[in-house]
Design a protein around this ligand. Structure first.
Ligand code: 8YV
Length: 316
């Protein structure tokens, strides 16, 4: 009898669905109309032994409670902040994620956002489309990167990959995180100190209770009217109301954001702002990386049910 798997969220490539269907009895919650989900879970919940979920969907305590035979949660993503470990750990439920395979593409998007904000690519694109060039409408210049300070918040795998790329633009790198990393970049004593020293603050730290709203009004004010916030991590790290207020008051220069507090909802004030670049949480969204993430998540499930060691367990 093939193990029953519950799939939460969406966003993996079709090849991954095929891999899952080849190994497991798959139950896809996203394909069930919202009004019918409770009945669906009441019907299949007791048979579910594995969950395949995304970094943003995760699994909460209420869902875990409906799955009494749950043994493993495979997260298609590196971030596990949406997984309720307090509900899973006492039951001995394993959690896996997909580190490393997405590092380079997420770092690429951070740099793309930083460049888009500094060189004002969305504004320039709109300018050309709207005929501003032919009409000789005045145009504001961008800002160069050379010699500027990129402050990296969280120098983990992705933070380091971002730093390496930005060094190639002759930027100066600084960072802040609680522990000191074995790198030659200077570590600021506090997030506030890093923001004050930075022209671009690039948020790469994990989400979760420890980092919630750490980018607050004071940090944004320290980054300043010529500073730019780049966030490719989690929306929860930023106090979004404070961000909107800082942009509106001109206390912050610009923001380039791939992640938001309440995805997929983006505050109207951000959507209407001329100082922001917005993307819909797509750091890992390339065919290559999403295929690699999906395969790794499936490999974890297969290893678990074959009694083999998990390729990428999350160890807290
Ligand atoms: C995806 C992510 O949005 O890896 C993460 O933590 O946020 C992303 O790669 C998501 O997990 C895709 O399923």
């Amino acid at each position: 009898m093939r193990p029953n798997i519950l799939l939460l969220g969406s966003g993996w490539v079709p090849e991954v669905d095929a891999l899952l269907d080849a190994q497991f009895e798959c139950h896809r919650l996203a394909q069930v109309p919202p009004a019918e989900r409770a009945a669906f879970l009441a019907r299949v919940g007791a048979d579910i032994r594995g969950v395949f979920t995304t970094g943003t969907a995760g699994i909460d305590a209420a869902m875990a409670a409906r799955l009494p035979k749950l043994e493993i949660v495979a997260v298609h993503g590196v971030g596990v902040d949406a997984v309720d470990f307090t509900a899973l750990a006492p039951r001995g439920i394993a959690v896996t994620n997909t580190p490393d395979v997405l590092t380079e593409d997420v770092a690429d998007l951070a740099v793309a956002l930083l460049l888009a904000a500094s060189r004002r690519l969305p504004q320039l694109d709109r300018y050309v489309r709207a005929g501003g060039w032919e009409a000789k409408t005045p145009l504001a210049p961008g800002r160069s990167l050379r010699g500027k300070v990129a402050g990296i918040v969280g120098l983990g795998r992705i933070g380091r990959a971002v730093a390496t790329r930005l060094e190639a633009f002759s930027m100066r790198i600084a960072y802040y995180q609680r522990s000191t990393a074995e790198v030659s970049y200077p570590r600021s004593q506090s997030l506030l100190e890093l923001a004050a020293a930075s022209d671009f603050l690039v948020v790469c730290a994990p989400g979760g209770a420890a980092t919630r709203a750490m980018i607050d009004g004071a940090v944004l004010a320290a980054l300043g009217p010529e500073g730019t916030l780049v966030n490719i991590a989690r929306g929860s790290l930023v106090d979004e109301a404070a961000l909107v207020a800082a942009l509106q008051a001109g206390r912050l220069g610009a923001a380039a954001l791939d992640v938001f507090a309440d995805e997929p909802r983006v505050p109207a004030a951000l959507r209407e702002s001329g100082r922001v670049v917005l993307t819909p949480h797509v750091g890992s969204f390339t065919i290559e990386t999403r295929t690699a993430m999906g395969r790794l998540a499936v490999d974890n499930l297969v290893a678990h049910f074959a009694g083999r060691p998990l390729p990428t367990p999350v160890v807290l």
